[in-house]
Design a protein around this ligand. Structure first.
Ligand code: NAD
Length: 480
């Protein structure tokens, strides 16, 4: 059985205490590799390597840093197939998705920040009447921690690492213990690209142990975290007395607002994707579908028909639309929501059952599920399920649509389907979300700020926002 190791100081090494965790292939429900159950001693080792590497990496010219990041981007592209297969096996997502979205995006993350850092300008202000000029220096922070979730493993891991490295920091990074494989493979790619040893250290293990040791390390000055809201709150509590800089990208329960005047066919196709891509395990999925009453019945029927036609299958099959959920506990958690639907006043319109796949009988498969709800305060609508489950309900007018859309603790993203410009602007302005899409979904431009409000997080990633996060500004005032 394959044992994957930590990548510290440019080398793969076993965890100091030699403790290991099982890693499952969700499509088969079987253990297929082991990963380090790292402890605070491993984090200390990673810290020392990162700390030793900091002086020279932070002094490396932008051009040189940029060149190395571009090499990493290129090597990810060259190894796309191997990485995509590893991601699909580790996570359960369709290979077609890993190949077309996850891995290309990991490469793009490095490419983007390799260029962005060379364009990252500081501000200057002349203090009129004082003969003085102010300008801002931006220093790398030092050793920073990057902690990422299992749903888009390499995609989100590199979304943090690339700007952190571009800005001149050295990094201790921990992928999810549920999907460690592509992060493990990234170590070798970084060595091949010429990233100096100790600049990036990848440590595997449990969140409450290895993850928490990164957050609690007094010399790790900033934490970029993506994951659940409860974990984010816990991290914030530990980080606050240590005065760490925090970027928290947390859960969502995003509304998909469908108005009768929309381009119906495009809306229907995209809604299928925004509901069930990656088995609904994307923080940006539109899991609360709200539909204008006049088209509600038509939409309901068409959406059920399209959902029933999705092919559930092994992640590596080329015609699979819905792969396996990421883990057994997660599968069971999602199923419990469905089983409780009746008691919550919901009606399962389609799906809702486990699926057995030939040759993969122990895999974690679940039918894509649509639940019609009448009470917007029920748990199905209020809580993040993070699986192939959406709720649908009708609304009467713009005011009600807005009220329903904002009536949750989360505020990550929103999709609005309408051809009325005034309505789309009104909604975009008043919706509680960090990201609003009008007549599209998950169209990402890496220059734009990414993140949520309310319980969906604090801070923004993407573009110069990420480079601002990973640098410390210092104002210099010169009187002349
Ligand atoms: P999670 O919070 O359980 O874990 C995320 C990461 O944090 C993992 O690496 C985990 O090991 C680590 N971790 C767990 N406890 C920790 C602790 N006490 N200290 C430090 N690290 C700890 O989340 P998950 O189940 O892996 O991911 C699903 C969640 O992530 C969902 O809520 C989803 O909405 C959210 N998510 C948000 C975004 C976003 O951009 N807002 C993107 C993807 C996923």
């Amino acid at each position: 059985m394959k044992k994957i190791e930590n990548y510290i100081d440019g080398k793969y090494i076993a965890p100091i205490k030699n403790n290991w965790l099982d890693n499952y292939n969700p499509a088969k429900g079987e253990v297929y590799s082991q990963i380090p159950d790292s402890s605070s001693e491993d984090i200390e080792l990673a810290y020392k390597a990162a700390s030793n590497a900091f002086l020279s990496w932070s002094a490396t010219s932008l051009q040189e840093r940029s060149t190395i990041l571009l090499k990493i981007a290129k090597l990810i592209k060259e190894n796309l197939e191997e990485l995509a297969i590893a991601e699909a096996i580790d996570n359960g997502k369709p290979l077609t998705l890993a190949r077309s979205v996850d891995i290309p995006r990991a490469s793009d993350n490095f490419q983007f920040f390799a260029h962005a850092i060379t364009q990252f300008a500081s501000e200057a202000h002349e203090s009129s009447g004082f003969n003085a000029i102010n300008f801002t220096l931006r220093h790398p922070i030092g050793v920073v921690g990057c902690i990422s979730p299992w749903n888009l493993p390499l995609y989100l891991f590199t979304w943090k690492i690339a700007p952190a490295l571009a800005a001149g920091n050295t990094v201790i990074a921990k992928p999810s213990e549920i999907t460690p494989m592509t992060a493990y493979l990234l170590g070798e790619i970084c060595t091949k690209a010429g990233l100096p040893k100790g600049v990036l250290n990848i440590v595997h293990g449990l969140g409450a142990k290895a993850g928490q040791a990164i957050v609690a390390h007094p010399q790790v000055k900033a934490i970029s975290f993506t994951g659940g809201t409860v974990t984010g709150a816990h991290i914030a509590k530990i980080a606050a007395p240590l005065f760490k800089k925090l970027s928290l990208e947390l859960g969502g329960k995003n509304p998909n607002l469908i108005f009768a005047d929309c381009d119906y066919d495009r809306m229907l196709e995209t809604t299928l994707k925004s509901s069930f891509s990656n088995q609904g395990q994307i923080c940006l999925c539109g899991s609360r579908i709200l539909v204008e009453k006049s088209i509600y019945e038509r939409f309901k029927n068409d959406f059920i028909a399209k959902t029933k036609a999705l092919k559930i299958g092994q992640p590596l099959d080329k015609d699979t639309n819905i792969g396996a959920l990421v883990s057994k506990p997660h599968l069971e958690k999602v199923k419990r929501y469905i089983d409780d639907a009746n008691a919550e006043g919901g009606k399962v319109l389609c799906g809702g059952e486990y699926v057995t796949i030939v040759d993969h009988k122990k895999g974690y498969y679940l039918q894509p599920t649509i639940i019609e709800v009448s009470d917007p305060r029920c748990r199905l609508v209020q809580e993040e399920i993070f699986g192939p489950v959406v709720t649908i309900m009708p609304f009467d007018n713009d005011e009600e649509a807005l009220e329903l859309a904002n009536d949750v603790r989360y505020g990550l993203s929103c999709t609005i389907w309408t051809n009325n410009l005034n309505r789309s602007m009104k909604m975009a302005k008043h919706i509680d979300a960090g990201i609003v899409w009008v007549n599209t979904w998950m169209m990402r431009d890496l220059r734009t700020p990414f993140g949520g409000i309310k319980d969906s997080g604090v801070g923004r990633e993407g573009g110069f926002e990420a480079l601002r996060f990973f640098t410390e500004p210092k104002n210099v005032c010169i009187q002349y």
